[in-house]
Every structure is written in C-alpha cells, then in structure tokens.
Design a protein around this ligand. Structure first.
Ligand code: GLY
Ligand code: MN
Ligand code: MN
Length: 476
C-alpha cells in the first residue's frame, strides 16, 4: 500500500512537473515577437472570415533528405505568421463562433482558437528535442487552447457540424507526407467527399488573405528584418576583408555562414551564392566549388534569416582587392542604377516606375560602353535578365503589391552579367557579373536601407579589402 501510494504521488508529481515545465529549456530567445501580436493576427483572420466560417492552417511537413536524415526543419510561413510556433505536426483551428472542447475529464470550454501540437513524450524528446506540449504552447503563444494533435480529427468533425457555411482550409499539398498527412486526413477526405457529394460547406483557400496581411510589416517585423540585414552586412564585410586569390568559393560561403550563425541567425535565408568569374554571371549559382583566381570578380548573394525573417544582400568585389578597369565600369553602372532606383522609393510609387528608372540607367551605361548598340528597346535585358527586386519578409521572395506603402520591405538589386558567349561584346568584359543588392523598408518620407552597414562604393570596398578578416586565419 505504501509503495503504491508513493508510486501514485511520484506519477502525479512527475505529471505536474512535466506539465509545468512549459518553456523551460526550449525558449532561449528573449527577442521574439510577442504573443499579443500573434493573437492580433489570429483575431484579424477571424474578423475577416466572419461568424459563419472556420479556418484551418497547418505546419510544414518534415522532409526526408536521405535515409534516416531529414532536411533541417523550417516552419511554414503562414502558420508561423499566425502562431510563432516552430514545431512540426501542428495545426491551428480558428472558429469565430466558438467550438466546445474538453480540456480535461471534467471541463468543457468554448474556444475560438485551438492549436494542435505534438504531445509531450519523454522518449521521443530524448531523440528529437524537447516539445512545448499543450501547456508550453499556451504559455508561449498565448493561444486560448492547445490540444494534443491526436484530437484534431474529432475537433475538425465538430467544426464541420457547427453550422458553418465556409471552411477556409489550406490545400494539403503533395509534399505533405508522413505523420502530418495522417493528421490532416480529415481535411483530405472532406475535400474528396465535398466534391463527390456536393457539400453545403464552401471550401476556400485562406492563403491569399494571410498574404495580404503580411505585405505591410509591423514594427517588430521590421526589427527582425533589420537584425537579419545587420547580421548579413557584417558577414559581407568579413568576407570582403578575408577573400584572396587562391581561396575556393566554398571558403567564402563558409565565412558567411560562420558569421551568420555566430550572430544568432538560425538559417540562411536561401542557399549562399558565391560565384567567381564565369560563375558570377549565373544568377542563382550555388555550387561554390571553383578556385578563385586573381582578376576574378566575386559575386556573393548571401543573407541571414533571423527568427523567421530573411534578408537578401549581394556584394560584388574583386578577388585581388582592386577592381580592374572593366569591372569598375560595369560596377559603377549597376551602383548608379541602384541609387537612382532607391531615390524614387516612397509611399505611393508603383514598383514598375521604380524599375523603369534602373532600366534606363543600365541601358544608357551599356550603350556608352558599346556593349549594346542602341539604348532604346529591351536590348539591355540580355545582360540584366531579372527584375529590380522583390518584397522580403518571412520568405526571401515575399508577398507584395504593385504600389509601395509605408512598412513594405523590398530588395533593390540591379545587375549586369556578361557571359563569354555574348556575341558582339568586347571580350574584355567577359565573365564579369555584378549585382548590388540591399534591403530597404518604405518609410513615410522615403525609405531606409537596412543593409547599409556593408559598403557599396568602389573606394570603400577597396579600402575594406585591404584589411584582414576572420577568414585569413589558417585552420590547423
Ligand atoms: N537571393 C535571391 C535573390 O536575390 O532574389
Ligand atoms: Mn533578391
Ligand atoms: Mn539575393
């Protein structure tokens, strides 16, 4: 009897300790976006969908790399935007009218939002990391209700019988496999059956609605973009100071990634692009295996992600530390185009009009060097084969709109790329690829360059490259 009482006490105590350990040993970052902001976002969605609707969002699937190895897990943009929750196998249900759920054996509550999370499981956690569990998730996210994800199926049924007219459910894409696919099976079978039986509940995709919310960045979001951009600018400065002929492109990549992670970035915003000479003309080159020779231009398009928000910064610099005459000529046109475009950016201007300004600087410049034979028309596009930029945010290529408004964040990234296959161009310009890319945020009066901590002027770059950086220490 004494043993069993003790056992009961121990089990109860452990269960309580397990429930209450909440954020302990999981949430180490203190500069995350507040639960109140996530709550505001979920409330906005509920307002938009209205009382006769419910919405379901879900996390990113875990993706296999090979065998027992998964790709590094990264949360889905829209799910993260609404929750800040970084674990896999999670779903969010929003019900403006409210649903009744059991939170324990004796308590039934009405809730407008339920987050479904992986249950605490010490055995699984010993392998793959600590989980928030329901209590931890409620504390961290400030969501009204968190439930074990096994309960999604029954709550989903309840939602479907709650008299709603519209179900806003993210389409379950074909890359969803494994446990997440099983968890989402009620949605999958509803969608199949809805088509077959002409369901009265209209199915809608909530992604566009959340994308609209993400266009204008809040102050805390801009703080994240600023941090990601400052980290990236310092990494570019270290790379420019360290690079020297004889290094390999992957060594330059390593410098960026070291500098990102040393400053607390969890991921690259996208794979590092470190192309020298013939590789500098490939827009998204990321093989990064070539040896860098004296005389090569190095184009590095590398940026950090910080708490979900990605920067996007490119610098182009000479391996030797001094631009050749031809590299200088091309570089100056690109930089002039970037500056002219940035000078236009303010609320109310159309992005196409900003782009047109950069286009004409590039066309004029290429014409003056004899690289194109006439400045009118689209001839310049052969050497500037991408757009001026794109919105940045939770995705490096984020959601946006055609007319700029205060709080939008954009890259400004003109470039000129002259492969050695360019007919009719003086070979002295071959294998020069230059892009200059910064992240700006639109302010009430114009814009602010968040990555200005890394220099762009030719003289400043050459001065920086005279210094030694962290990459000049031999590894032994
Ligand atoms: N880093 C990819 C891009 O500039 O769009
Ligand atoms: Mn970009
Ligand atoms: Mn880029």
């Amino acid at each position: 009897m004494r043993v069993s009482l003790f056992f009961l006490f121990a089990v109860t105590f452990c269960a309580l300790a397990q429930q209450n350990d909440g954020l302990k040993y999981i949430q180490y970052d203190t500069d995350v976006i507040s639960p109140a902001e996530y709550k505001m976002r979920r409330d906005s969605v509920m307002k938009m969908i209205g009382l006769d609707a419910a919405a379901v969002f879900y996390s990113s699937p875990e993706r296999m790399r090979n065998g027992d190895v998964d790709y590094l897990y990264r949360q889905a943009d829209n799910f993260y935007y609404l929750t800040g929750f970084t674990e896999p196998n999670a779903m969010l249900v929003l019900s403006p009218k409210g649903i009744r759920v059991k939170v324990n054996d004796s308590t039934l509550i009405t809730t407008n939002e339920a987050l479904f999370v992986q249950s605490k499981n010490l055995q699984a956690e010993a392998w793959t990391g600590r989980r928030y569990g329901t209590d931890g998730a409620m504390q961290m996210i400030g969501v009204q209700t968190a439930l074990n994800n096994e309960r999604f199926k029954s709550v989903f049924q309840q939602v479907m019988y709650s008299g709603i007219k519209y179900l806003y459910a993210q389409p379950v894409t074909s890359d969803v496999t494994g446990p997440l696919k099983d968890l989402l099976s009620p949605i999958i079978s509803y969608v199949d059956n809805a088509k077959r039986y002409n369901s009265k509940i209209e199915l809608r995709d909530p992604n566009a609605m959340v994308h609209t919310m993400r266009i204008i960045k809040s102050k805390p979001e801009i703080a994240m973009l600023r941090k990601a951009s400052e980290i990236s600018a310092i990494a570019h400065n270290q790379a420019m100071s360290s690079v020297e002929p004889g290094m390999f492109e992957y060594e330059v990549q390593a410098l960026y990634e070291y500098a990102f992670q040393r400053q607390g970035s969890e991921y690259n915003g996208y794979p590092c692009i470190n192309g020298s000479a013939e590789n500098s003309v490939i827009l998204h080159y990321n093989t990064n295996r070539k040896k860098i020779n004296s005389g090569d231009i190095v184009l590095s398009d590398c940026a950090a992600e910080y708490h979900g928000y990605s920067s996007d910064v490119t610098r182009s610099y000479p391996a030797s530390g001094k631009f050749t005459k031809e590299q200088k000529e091309i570089y100056q046109i690109v930089l002039n185009a970037q500056k002219a475009a940035m000078a236009q950016i303010k609320p109310g201007i159309a992005w196409n009009d900003v782009s047109a300004v950069a286009d004409s600087v590039i066309a004029e410049g290429l014409f003056s060097l004899g690289i194109i034979k006439k400045k009118e028309g689209m001839g310049f596009k052969k050497f500037y084969n991408h757009g001026l930029g794109h919105p940045v945010g939770l995705n490096v290529h984020d959601v946006g709109q055609s007319v700029l408004a205060t709080g939008m964040a954009y890259t400004v990234e003109p470039g000129i790329y002259i492969p050695e296959t360019s007919d009719g161009v003086d070979p002295k310009y071959f294998n020069i690829g230059i892009r200059v890319e910064d992240v700006i945020v639109v302010t009430e009066t114009g814009n602010e360059n968040l990555s200005a901590g890394s220099p762009r002027e030719i003289a400043e770059i050459e001065a920086l490259m005279k210094k030694k950086g962290i990459g000049n220490q031999p590894l032994k």
